[in-house]
Design a protein around this ligand. Structure first.
Ligand SMILES: NC(=O)c1ccc[n+]([C@@H]2O[C@H](COP(=O)([O-])OP(=O)(O)OC[C@H]3O[C@@H](n4cnc5c(N)ncnc54)[C@H](OP(=O)(O)O)[C@@H]3O)[C@@H](O)[C@H]2O)c1
Length: 277
């Protein structure tokens, strides 16, 4: 299938590593010009160079913290002046798993707010900044990368919370992005713009692989067993690869996905036993 993406321009927030970097690669492989945005100059430069070298695509690295409206606007302006506009926005920036963990009594409101500011307001600001470009062209794709915590309350161990604390911000921020995509799909639908959320499950990235290895070393557990446990409950019995999430994003970003808008599309490996979850 020709995805008809050749020549489009994509801005990927959180594009310097993990799922965002995989999305950059996948889009570039289809002939898309990719703008990589994240907070660390050396990482965005490296990611942009890596994508360019592997796919011969035109790329640009921009430093932007999505918690800052100014940064987001600057990233969109830089994309527009380098490549003439923004056709595809992938709002992916965020800390995997979230940062606002219980117990309830000691939950830090400022962490909950920071998580929502990053993912929800970051996605809202970026959508607001790209909308005029998409409206002008009569075409656009807006995609928010959310996560399983939009569906389930969660309690899982992490480096920050080895005991497994309840997660009070990961779900709300992700649900808010799903809701935002639905609203955008209606407001911008007449202009040829679709807006969708893509929901990865436990997804293997460089950072998560390293974290599992560190935990295995610290606890003497088998890293393969830790990975199996972390993916338990999904249908495919393993972590989803970031390139597999990127494939789904790339299809949704394409003209071929014109009939999909306002939806939440899971790339979770079939997580959970429910039919509608
Ligand atoms: N990995 C999973 O299992 C999984 C599952 C479901 C959903 N997700 C979601 O997928 C997205 C990517 O996750 P990941 O695992 O690929 O994360 P990652 O490897 O930690 O990468 C996160 C990316 O976001 C950037 N970033 C973080 N905060 C930012 C900010 N305030 N402004 C701009 N850029 C920012 C990071 O670069 P800098 O730090 O340099 O800014 C980096 O490029 C997240 O939204 C996460 O919630 C991940």
């Amino acid at each position: 299938m020709d995805l008809q993406l050749e020549g489009k321009v994509a801005l990927v927030t959180g594009g310097s590593r993990g799922i965002g970097l995989a999305i950059g690669h996948s889009l570039a492989a289809e002939g898309v010009k990719v703008v990589v945005a994240a907070r660390t100059q050396s990482d965005v430069d490296q990611a942009a160079q890596e994508i360019e070298a592997q796919h011969g695509a035109q790329t640009l690295g921009v430093v932007a913290d999505v918690k800052s409206a100014e940064d987001v606007e600057r990233a969109v302006e830089s994309s527009a002046s380098a490549f003439g506009g923004v056709d595809i926005l992938v709002s992916n920036a965020g800390v995997p798993g979230g940062i606002g963990f219980g117990p309830l009594e000691t939950l830090d409101d400022s962490l909950v707010l920071m998580d929502i500011e990053t993912k929800f307001l970051g996605a809202l600001r970026a959508a607001r900044a790209v909308a005029p470009h998409m409206k002008k062209n009569g075409w656009g794709r807006i995609i928010g990368v959310i996560g399983l915590s939009a569906r389930y309350s969660s309690r899982y161990p992490s480096e920050r919370n080895p005991e497994g604390a309840f997660n009070y911000s990961g779900g709300p921020r992700n649900l808010a992005v799903a809701h935002l995509m639905r609203t955008l799909s209606h407001e911008l639908g007449d202009a040829g713009v679709t807006a969708n959320a893509v929901l990865p499950g436990a997804t293997m990235t460089e950072d998560l692989a390293a974290m599992i290895d560190r935990r295995a070393k610290a606890t003497g557990q088998d890293p393969a067993e830790l990975r199996r446990l972390a993916a338990s409950g999904n249908a495919i019995g393993r972590w989803v690869e970031s390139s597999e999430v990127a494939d789904v994003v790339t299809f949704v970003a394409s003209p071929r996905a014109a009939s999909i808008s306002g939806e939440v599309i899971a790339a979770s490996g079939g997580a959970g036993m429910g039919v509608f979850t």
